[in-house]
Design a protein around this ligand. Sequence first.
Ligand code: KG4
Ligand code: ZN
Length: 329
Amino acid sequence: MRVLGIETSCDETAAAFYCDERGVVAHALYSQVEMHARYGGVVPELASRDHVRKLVPLIREVMDRAGEPVDGVAYTSGPGLVGALLVGAALGRSLAYAWGVPAVEVHHMEAHLLAPMLAPDRPEFPFLALLVSGGHTQLVAVEALGRYTLLGESVDDAAGEAFDKTAKLMGLGYPGGPAISKLAQQGTPGRFHFPRPMTHKPGLDFSFSGLKTSALNTWQNHRDEPNAKADIARAFEDAVVDTLAQKCQRALEETGMPRLVIAGGVSANGPLREALSRLARDLGVEVFYPPLAYCTDNAAMVAYAGAQHLGRGESAGLGIRVQPRWPMM
Ligand code: KG4
Ligand code: ZN
């Protein structure tokens, strides 16, 4: 099965060619981060227009590099920004029609969830997945492809969103995750301490919206002191990482899952990877991450997820459909 994958759900335009025998044969990505940075976040209309400009050349590039036809086209149909999704869905559905191959609608978070399958050392089912992106923070019991049970999720901001909002409040720019994480490396651990939200109550839900207020208040009270920004970044990152690790531990103990998979943009975070690898070692479970290039939004994960569904005989109708809000479970 050879699949062209297309991703346009937010601020990355991406195309990839995946084949069952050879893996990811070609992938190309254009990030709109610079364009949105001056507004401090993604401007949906600008995102859509830029996808229109960039998607065709990126598809040409990966198809030329692969040098062979595809057996199907997979595109992110949701969740995401409606205008942005429509660009990928319209082009993907139309290309499949023109080429006479099936099309398949891919759920963006399922694509993230399956991205670790693109690593040389890939997890077997079943596993516990921690999905941490700009829009979602979810703990999911994964029994098999398509058999997902939601165990817990954020009741307010997603982990990535908390990074982005906190960075914005402290004038660190967009996207906030990498910015905070970089600055935190120069921070003194323990100078400030932020709460670990919802860890004292039972359950597997998260709440990250209060952390940005902790960070903002601390920043306002200490902004003139040396190294305050880096120390706050450190305290913030430690709080997010520690909270995620505690909930993963609880979920692993409750489910008895033998494997832990971490995916989504925040899975690129170094301290999070270290903390979860340590936790997995202590609990005797295996841990898996996507290759770094496939942690944040990309089309390789979309092509892979599409290949799995096409392989089961699933395909989309002829309509061009997007689902901006689309629960995975
Ligand atoms: O998965 P993704 O690319 O897009 C969504 O589906 O949302 O995730 C983007 C999120 C952003 O909030 C970004 O700040 C965060 O992932 N992120 C990070 C890091 N790299 C990206 N957060 C913390 N540390 C990082 N190194
Ligand atoms: Zn994503």
